[in-house]
Structures are given as structure tokens and as C-alpha cells.
Design a protein around this ligand. Sequence first.
Ligand code: 45D
Length: 320
Amino acid sequence: MTYTIDSAQAIFPGTRVADAVPNTTDKFNQLSVDDQLAFLWDAYTELGRSITPAAPGVANLQLMEGLLNQIKQMSPEEQMQVMRDLANRADTPISRSYGAFGVNAKLGFWYQLGEWMKQGLVTPMPAGYQMSSDVKAVLEAVQKLDGGQQITVLRNTVVDMGFEPLTSSQDEKVVNFTFQRPEPTSTAKLTIEGVTEPTVLHYIQAMNVDDIEAAVALFAEKGALQPPFQKPLIGREAIAAYLRDEGQGLNMKPKQGVSETVEDGYTQHKVTGTVETPWFGGNVGMNIAWRFLLDPQGKIFFVAIDLLASPKELLNLTRG
Ligand code: 45D
């Protein structure tokens, strides 16, 4: 048997991912638009406190300065309408501009609006809004999640906003929104308890210095990368575009793993540990598993990145 991307997805089937994240997102999507904005504002005033101010500070917001200033100058009613349009994915000029932003640009855009809301320059809520019991239920669901899961829910809502024409692709995204690494990454040799496979070690090392090219070169021509809760991205070009948008500034701290030879010279490796996003730095460590399948040439045929259900899952290295 040779592997296909489909069959590769089933390696290490005992891995328990954080289903609570898509479940909570579904509940969120069922709220009315004003309830969604109220939920987000509430969740953000809690979680936003642990955003490291240095992160957006070094990210370049000039990219969308025009758009942001336009919103700042609007009346509170107009500002509310912009936010409703974004949440509704309405086809408006602002919603289209936003839809063309990469993930970190979208987060940076809202970060700036959030700062202005705190300063009273942008309105956070519709006048006279009363929180519905539906919102309270979703807020309670979110409070039960761990920090990594909470910031993932928040991030997904930000990513889903705005209008994207069906023809838009990753390459057209405004991706030159980069982070400066606060401190040079340690040059100490990376070790993962239980895994010595060079391709796996090189992958993590390359990502930890934002060397996307080196990381992508480790993939097979038709290799695939499957981000948390998403379908696999297939081929080096798609993977590179994705990693340039979403993979920069991450601090990957793999701890332990397991390796084994499977069929036809393929090998599989499961590695667990934590990943920090530049937005939250050491304040939030996401519990992550990487499930690698390497081809007989030692190239990455498939890797899934999973957000784990609980810290206990970090120790689940069984093959079954
Ligand atoms: O008023 O090996 C709201 C890959 C509206 C690559 C707002 C990876 C209301 C390969 C929007 C709420 C990338 C897959 C205001 C590994 C409102 C690989 C503002 C994994 C003000 C390991 C909201 C990477 C704001 C991972 C400003 C797992 C919200 C990365 C800000 C995960 C939210 C990164 C932020 C995550 C959330 C980052 C900044 C989950 C950031 C989350």
C-alpha cells in the first residue's frame, strides 16, 4: 500500500483534538450579529489583557492606516454599521479591503480598533444593547476552554469576518504584516525526547527562525500540511503561501515524541509540546501535536498540526 493524503490523515488516530473549539464557533455563528459583537467585545476585554503590547507595536499597521482613520472619523452609528458589515460578511468597500488582509493583519486591525474603543474614540457596542441569554451561554462555554483554545476561538471569528470574493486566493493576501522576534531565538541544539529524525528537527528549527523557504524545502513535491481544524494544503507553493501568512513569529517548543517505521520505507512521528503566538508570547502556551508522515526519501509527505483537547494529551504518544 502507498499512502494518499487521505489515508495519511489517519495516522496516530488516538490523538484527541480540541473539538470544543469548532463546537463553540458553531454556537457563536448562530447568534445575531449584535449578539456576536457583544460576545466578542466581552471575550476580548478578558483575553485581550494578555496580548503582549510589544507584538502589535512592532507589527506594521501603516498598511491599513487609511482604513482605520476613516473608521475613527465616523459617527458612532456609522462605526457600528462597519462592524456589523464585517461580522455579516457584507459586500462593502471596507469589508472587501478587510477580506484581503492576511490573518495577522486582520488581528492587528481589530487590535487598533480595540485600543480606540478603550479610549472612547470608537464605539464598542450599539446604544442601548442588552445582552441576551444566548450570549451568556456562549460566554460560559468559552470560559470552560483552556487559554490556547480561547484565543483560537477568538482568532477564528476575526478570520471569518469581512467579504472575500470567491476568486480570491492566498497569494493576493496582504501578507507583509510581520513580527520582529523580541529576542534572537536560542541557538542551542533542539532536542525532542524520543525523536531524532533530522527532517522533524530541521522543520521546527526552520520555523523558529521564520525560515519558511527552508521549512518548505523539507516537504515532498506533493506533500501536505494540515493546520488545526482545516483541510490539508497540498503542494509546496500552497504551503509556503500559508506559512508566510500564518506561520511567522511562532515559538515552537516540542517536548516529546515517538517514531516508527511503517510501510514501504515510510516513517511516522508524533511530537507534542507547546506553541506560542507572537500576539500572546509566553502568556499562552497552546498544547499542540504534530503528526508527521515522511516518505522513503525522508521528505514530509504529510504533517497535521492539532490543537489538543487537554494537557493530558501531550503524553498520549500511543500509535493506535
Ligand atoms: O470590539 O507547525 C473583536 C501552523 C470584535 C503552521 C475585537 C502552526 C469586537 C505549521 C474582533 C473581538 C501555523 C499551522 C474587538 C504550526 C471588538 C506549524 C478585537 C500552528 C476590539 C505549529 C479582537 C500555529 C482582537 C498555531 C484584537 C496553532 C483579537 C497558531 C485578537 C495559533 C486575537 C495562533 C488574537 C493563535 C488571537 C493566535 C491576537 C490562535 C491570536 C491567536
